[in-house]
Design a protein around this ligand. Structure first.
Ligand code: ATP
Length: 279
């Protein structure tokens, strides 16, 4: 696993304006942006920038998006890693990878380190993905991460490294991760309500410059948003894409309400098909 920077050739630069429906989560990470922009102002008052922020919420709700946007808004590099990649490959490599990641972060500071699926680092899980030695590997990787995070405390306050982690399963996290000075700020990233879903649909229509038919008013789109109960942002983006594909198939130059309605019902059907039955 190689950490990636937002400045790479395939970089996706996300801004807060491109994130909708999770206003409270945005507000909570806004403070991290302010601290990264002017760490000296906080240091002068004896306040230190938080070392770790945990984003907790269901899949596709915008956690990665929020972390990327925090880096972009603060104007700092974004180092991206997935905890599953730390522990998947070779036993004994996880801790070294964590050390390398933090060494790079120290050189690039001020910066953000993003660790996705942090719940993969569980010290007390009975087995990890059925791999022999997986449990021990996750534990030593976790310990290395804790050591690296504790080491951030001694850094110069003007060049902070903030570690943002994401999880869909905050309840299984090792308690050691949540202690003061580690991931002691938890930001919930919930599913959007109907008004939030409407805003997310509008964001993706704008980002993709989708030409909508004149009949598709904000009120009509609101009705689509109502029908998408329980959908995360990622699903709403897929709805916009599917509606546009349907319009293209019809050889139309605009996307109409029938396209949106069909996209939602197709999405619901495929969700039903892939639903894992309860035992
Ligand atoms: P996972 O837990 O599966 O990693 P996640 O919470 O990190 O998911 P993202 O990867 O941030 O979700 O979201 C996937 C895509 O869905 C984003 O790139 C974006 O296009 C869209 N999306 C998700 N949430 C939002 C949102 N709140 N506003 C706008 N777009 C969103």
């Amino acid at each position: 696993m190689q950490a990636q920077e937002a400045s790479g050739p395939n970089a996706l630069v996300t801004r807060f304006d491109d994130i909708a429906g999770i206003d409270r989560s945005k507000l909570e990470v806004q403070e991290v942006v302010e601290m990264l922009r002017s760490p000296g102002r906080y240091a002068a008052l004896g306040a230190s920038v938080p070392r770790g922020v945990l984003l907790a919420g269901p899949p596709g709700s915008g956690k990665t998006l929020l972390a990327r946007a925090t880096a972009a808004e603060a104007g700092v590099p974004f180092l991206n890693a997935a905890a599953t990649e730390f522990v998947e490959l070779f036993v004994g490599r996880g801790a070294a990878r964590v050390r390398q990641l933090f060494e790079r972060a120290r050189k690039m500071a001020p910066c953000i380190v993003f660790i996705d699926e942090i719940d993969a680092l569980r010290a007390r899980s009975s087995s990890l993905m059925g791999m022999a030695g997986g449990n021990q590997e996750a534990e030593s990787t976790l310990n290395q991460l804790l050591t690296c995070m504790d080491g951030l405390a001694t850094r110069e306050p003007g060049r902070p490294v903030v570690v943002i982690a994401a999880t869909n399963r905050p309840e299984v996290l090792d308690e050691a991760l949540l202690r003061p000075g580690r991931f002691d700020r938890v930001v919930q990233v919930p599913l959007p309500n109907a008004a939030g879903r409407l805003e997310i649909l509008k964001v993706h229509l704008r980002l993709r410059a989708v030409p909508v038919a004149p009949e598709v008013t904000s009120q009509q789109l609101g009705e689509i948003a109502e029908k998408c109960d329980g959908f995360p942002g990622a699903a709403l983006e897929a709805i916009v894409n599917e509606a546009a594909i349907r319009a293209a198939r019809r050889n139309s130059s605009t996307v109409n309400m029938v396209d949106f309605e069909a996209a939602v019902s197709e999405f619901n059907q495929s969700r039903e098909k892939t639903r894992i039955p309860d035992f």
